[in-house]
Design a protein around this ligand. Structure first.
Ligand code: 2HG
Ligand code: ZN
Length: 476
């Protein structure tokens, strides 16, 4: 039964008792109701089956789990906040693998261990949530330079494993740029640790470069060291309404891109804004009823600027443009949160419509307008009558394409969207990773040589195929 511990066979019972011996009973969960929270993903599209969920609190306990898993030929699926959207942090469905599966929940490794103001570094257990890390950094006068709507649950380990991007990527980069060091347990139980905090250390390979973005397939990340940025004295958010996506992109490519203080530039569209406002009883966003809407409806940019001086005037000047239908501006925390809600609550709003097909794609900035323009007809052709909601990190050329309507296991619309993106020279995964969801399309954007390289590194580090089997592997 999906989501249920399946301690049916003698081998499984032995696995459980070995895990309990290694970790203590309270760190090994088998109750089906408790396990269900770990075996089902946030969207409900991916549901798997696990023999047990384990919750280590120290790196030695992670080593013990790895050792037991290796002895039993079990698969180990690491999970942070379970906010991933590609099915990579929940087990595979019952019967999909011929190994028992163990979910390794990392939220017990939840200590922020060090904040170093001089070195501008924060070191924490892999299970520390982004918001806990943000709070610890904030108390010392810093921020992490990375922010996601799922900050309350997403963990630093999960964000590193998936190379998360988010809303401030245009200014500070994604996790690959933010991670300064890492500790991880390999499939043979050995520990790799590169947490010296040295700004310069050029002795050979960088394990962080290998493990960030490896989606739990090469090692279990147990500690993460991230870079910090000084908290800006001023921060201002603007929600700017425009007559069309083309107008929004024109504004973004011109005066907005030139703003030295810009930290976020997010695009939302009329259908999504109406949906969010309706689902959460928010007042209509600025500009919803103003002016005439262009092809594809109105569009909004959520812009954020920050710095040592007040950037309000330069932001206002940048959006003083005939295309702008209206703008709302806030610089206090509550006012800013109210403006951000229209953007941040898209994921939640779409989920209320049903189980969405989620495509997280990117193209170069110069082709973003073309992509957003073509998507409605391609989606309508592949899935007549389906509802398409799009939004994204416009400055990164990243669009989140959500389609509600087709059954979860019908991937015709996924195929149509990803083929369009590949035609435009884009990527089938901008920031959510590959997981199991994008396996089928890896060959659209990676050569045989690339895939061989990945397979060889995987075989060298995880010869028994223990770590997140299936994830990041192309379908035959
Ligand atoms: C966002 O930017 C997240 O809102 C989630 O990456 C995207 O739900 C999605 O499709
Ligand atoms: Zn995103």
């Amino acid at each position: 039964v999906a989501g249920t511990a399946r301690a049916s066979s003698g081998a499984d019972r032995q696995l459980l008792s070995d895990l309990e011996d290694a970790l203590g009973r309270r760190r090994v969960l088998t109750d089906p109701e408790v396990c269900a929270g770990y075996t089902r993903d946030w969207t409900g599209r991916y549901v798997g089956s696990a023999a047990a969920v384990v919750r280590p609190e120290r790196v030695e306990q992670v080593q013990a789990v790895v050792e037991v898993a290796a002895r039993h030929g079990a698969a180990l699926i690491c999970q942070g906040g379970n906010t991933g959207l590609v099915g990579g942090s929940v087990p595979r469905p019952a019967g999909a693998l011929d190994q028992p599966q163990i979910v390794c929940g990392m939220s017990g490794m939840c200590a922020v261990e060090d904040v170093d103001p001089a070195g501008r570094l924060l070191c924490a257990g892999a299970g520390v949530t982004l918001s806990a890390a943000q709070a610890a950094a904030g108390r010392a006068g810093f921020h992490l330079g990375i922010d996601l709507s799922s900050r309350g649950s997403a963990t630093l380990g999960g964000m590193a494993a998936t190379n998360a991007g988010g809303m401030q990527m245009l200014r500070f980069g994604g996790m690959r740029a933010r991670v300064a060091g890492i500790e991880a347990v390999l499939a043979d139980g050995s520990i790799v640790s590169r947490l010296s905090g040295l700004a310069k250390d050029n002795v050979g390979w960088d394990p962080a470069a290998l493990f960030v973005g490896s989606e739990g397939t090469l090692a279990v990340i147990t500690r993460v060291m991230v870079r910090l940025e000084p908290l800006p004295a001023h921060r201002v958010t603007a929600l700017v309404a425009l007559a069309s996506v083309d107008a929004a992109l024109e504004l973004l490519a011109g005066p907005v891109a030139a703003l030295p203080s810009l930290e976020a530039a997010e695009l939302t569209l009329e259908d999504g804004m109406r949906l969010v406002a309706g689902e959460f009883d928010l007042p209509p966003p600025v500009g919803l009823e103003s002016g005439a809407a262009g092809r594809g409806g109105r569009a909004w940019l959520t812009l954020e600027a920050a710095g040592p001086y007040d950037p309000t005037a330069e932001l206002a000047a940048a959006v003083d443009h005939p295309f702008v239908l209206g703008a709302a501006v806030a610089s206090d925390a509550n006012g800013r949160a109210r403006l951000w809600a229209y953007r941040e609550r898209h994921t939640e709003a779409v989920s209320r419509l049903g189980v969405p097909h989620k495509l997280d794609v990117s193209v170069t900035r110069s082709r973003l307008g073309e992509l957003v323009g073509l998507l409605p007809e391609r989606v309508a052709a592949a899935a007549p009558g389906a509802r398409l909601v799009m939004w994204g990190h416009a400055a990164d050329g990243n669009v989140h394409v959500n389609v509600v309507g087709p059954p979860p296991d019908d991937d015709g619309v996924d195929d149509a969207v990803l083929r369009l993106v590949a035609e435009l020279g884009g990527s089938i995964s901008a920031e959510h990773g590959v997981g199991v969801a994008r396996r089928r399309w890896l060959r659209l954007v990676r050569s045989e040589g690339d895939l061989q390289l990945m397979a060889r590194v995987k075989a060298a580090l995880d010869p028994g195929g223990m770590l997140n089997p299936g994830v990041l592997e192309p379908l035959p």
